[in-house]
Each structure stands twice: as structure tokens, then as C-alpha cells.
Design a protein around this ligand. Structure first.
Ligand SMILES: Nc1nc2c(ncn2[C@@H]2O[C@H](COP(=O)(O)OP(=O)(O)OP(=O)(O)O)[C@@H](O)[C@H]2O)c(=O)[nH]1
Ligand SMILES: [Mg+2]
Length: 280
């Protein structure tokens, strides 16, 4: 039996969360096409007869502009200490640039480099990206082209990761897939749908939190930073909230009753107290 921890790091939007969900065959972390979707560490556990791998999804590492941004970076970089393997993801569809170099300088040199989204580019570009990505680390010697979306290359990656883990016992019960608490998960699903339906500056300004949990009744507070964003999130005659509620309920156990409330908390992203309350 092999066991250990594998953390997934990279710039925002490279597909870390999509990869974790693909590996587990189950959604444990939210995904969106907007950068900075993941705001906490999310653990996902893969248990097989011969191995248990505890994956850690992390926020995208970026140049921070707010206290929230700094927290996200700290959460991501903090996840790399004390793990067995660090995976550095890069996006095959974007030039490997300053953002990746910035991340590359912060990961251990024996990290595994993963070029993701190969379903979107021709094979020549995959090769070029692998080459460019290999320059990010001096010591690294393993590179994996994958598509987190289609699963292409993922089994080979998982085998290589298991091979790097030390022998050891399972850390978690074999039926445990994630450590995310139910209330946090519902709040995340609401945020995911808000990210899907809103645009411009709104996605970054949104935070969600469960304030009451009397299953099947769950009350979720949606924070925005400005009065003008409140109207956008509510929508005409509440249309946006209604749509978000419907999409989230479909992903919950039958009978769930969601109450969504929008509140303005000016500049919550810059306030330590607000961030603490949100668990960021
Ligand atoms: N075509 C394609 N799209 C992908 C792939 N992997 C992820 N995506 C898309 O890329 C976007 C970002 O995916 P996420 O998994 O949220 O990225 P992330 O790295 O977790 O982003 P942050 O949490 O913001 O750091 C989403 O729109 C995904 O659907 C892939 O292999 N192929
Ligand atoms: Mg993510």
C-alpha cells in the first residue's frame, strides 16, 4: 500500500479543479471559466486497493491586488510544504509566460509539470508547450500532457503519482472522498452558479456563506461589494437568483429548500474580519 499527499498548483484558470474532479470521477470542487474560482484548499481522496492519494486543490497563484488575493496565494503556497508530490499545471492554450514563471519559482524543483487542455490545441503546440513548461523548473524531469476535461492522459498521470508516493497506510476511511463540510459545499455551489451567470467585475466581488442550516432548509447569504452589484445578482424580478437556486438544487439531495439573500459588504475582499468569517 502506498499513500500520501499530492498538491495541484498553477496560475488561475489552468484547470486544477477540473483535474481533481476528473481524477475522482466526482465533483468535489467548483469550476468556472473565471479566474480565481477556488479560494480554499480542497482535499479529494482517491482510494484504490493498492494506494490512497490525498489530492489538494488550491487557489490559482497570481499577482495579488487585495487582501483576499494575498490570502489565496498564501493558501496555495502553504499547501506545498509537507506534501509528497507537487503538480505544477500550465495551460496548453496560453503562452507559458510571466505568470507561470512566477509560480514556477515558488514550487519545488522536483515538481511534476502538467500541460492541460490538450484537447484544445494541435499536437505540435502540445510539444512546444511541454518544451516551454520544462524551462520553468530546473530539476523537474517528468512532464504530462493531459486533458482534464476529456480525461486524456489522466490515468497515466495518476499511475506516475502513485509511483512517487512512499509506502504507508491509508489516512482516510476508504469511503471518504472529500473533507469539505456540507454547508461549505452548498455555499460553493451557489458561488459556482453565480460565476456562471454573472460577468465583468461581479464574479470577483461575490462571496457566499451558509447562515442557517435546518435541512432541508438552507439559508445562503451572498455578499457583493457594491450596491450596483446587488441588482445584477438578484436579476430582473429575481430572475438571476431564481436560476441560480434551480441549478444548485439539482445538485443537492431531493427536497432541499434554498433561501438566497444578497447583502452588500463594502470591500469585504480587503477586510480581514470578513475574510475570516468566510473561511478564506
Ligand atoms: N478545453 C478544456 N477546458 C478545460 C480543461 N480543463 C479545464 N478547462 C476549463 O478551464 C476553465 C478553468 O477551469 P478550473 O478547473 O476552474 O481552473 P482552476 O485552475 O481550478 O482555476 P482557479 O480555481 O481559478 O485557480 C473552466 O472553464 C474549465 O472548464 C481541459 O482539459 N480542456
Ligand atoms: Mg480551481
Amino acid at each position: 500500500m502506498r499513500s500520501g499527499f499530492v498538491t495541484l498548483v498553477g496560475r488561475p484558470n489552468v484547470g486544477k479543479s477540473t483535474l481533481l474532479n476528473q481524477i475522482l470521477g466526482q465533483k468535489v470542487t467548483i469550476v468556472s471559466d473565471k479566474p480565481q474560482t477556488t479560494r480554499t484548499q480542497v482535499r479529494g481522496v482517491l482510494t484504490r486497493p493498492d494506494a490512497q492519494v490525498v489530492f489538494v486543490d488550491t487557489p490559482g497563484i497570481h499577482k495579488p491586488r487585495t487582501l483576499l488575493g494575498e490570502r489565496l496565494n498564501d493558501t496555495a503556497t502553504g499547501s506545498m510544504g509537507d506534501v509528497d508530490v507537487v503538480c505544477l499545471l500550465v495551460d496548453a492554450t496560453q503562452p507559458v509566460g510571466r505568470g507561470d514563471q512566477w509560480v514556477g519559482a515558488r514550487v519545488p524543483s522536483d515538481a511534476i509539470v502538467i500541460v492541460n487542455k490538450i484537447d484544445r490545441v494541435p499536437p505540435e503546440q502540445v510539444m512546444a508547450q511541454l518544451q516551454a513548461a520544462s524551462d520553468l523548473l530546473d530539476g523537474g524531469d517528468e512532464y504530462f500532457p493531459i486533458s482534464a476535461r476529456t480525461g486524456d492522459g489522466v490515468p497515466e498521470l495518476v499511475e506516475a503519482l502513485v509511483g512517487r508516493l512512499p509506502e504507508g497506510p491509508a489516512y482516510y476511511p476508504d469511503d471518504m472522498v472529500t473533507d469539505v463540510p456540507d454547508a461549505f459545499w452548498v455555499a460553493e455551489l451557489v458561488r459556482e452558479q453565480l460565476l456562471a451567470v454573472t460577468r465583468d467585475e461581479v464574479p470577483h466581488s461575490v462571496a457566499t456563506r451558509v447562515t442557517e442550516w435546518e435541512w432541508p432548509r438552507v439559508r445562503v447569504e451572498i455578499l457583493v461589494e457594491r450596491e450596483s452589484q446587488k441588482g445584477i445578482v438578484i436579476g430582473k424580478k429575481g430572475a438571476v437568483l431564481k436560476e441560480v437556486g434551480t441549478r444548485v438544487r439539482r445538485q443537492l439531495a431531493a427536497g432541499a429548500y434554498l433561501e438566497l439573500f444578497v447583502k452588500v459588504d463594502k470591500d469585504w475582499q480587503r477586510k480581514a474580519k470578513a475574510l475570516e468569517r468566510l473561511g478564506y
